[in-house]
Design a protein around this ligand. Structure first.
Ligand code: SF4
Length: 64
């Protein structure tokens, strides 16, 4: 689900700060991360995307 859609639908359940930080650490090393802080695969801002339980990495790179 793209960022725009889940933003409109409501932010939803959040993951723990630990999980969020683990996800974000992967994004920050990922070749798909743009200079604008968005994932090239889904166009989501990863600072937001990593917070929500209903989100997944489209490349399957997140640990959870
Ligand atoms: S969501 Fe996945 S593919 Fe996108 S920047 Fe993060 S780790 Fe990379």
């Amino acid at each position: 689900m793209s960022y725009n859609i889940w933003h409109i639908m409501g932010m939803g359940e959040k993951v723990s700060e630990e999980i969020r930080n683990r996800r974000l650490a992967v994004c920050k090393e990922c070749n798909y991360l743009t200079n604008q802080g968005k994932c090239h695969l889904c166009s989501c801002p990863v600072e937001k995307k990593t917070r929500f339980a209903n989100q997944k990495c489209d490349a399957g790179l997140w640990p959870v």
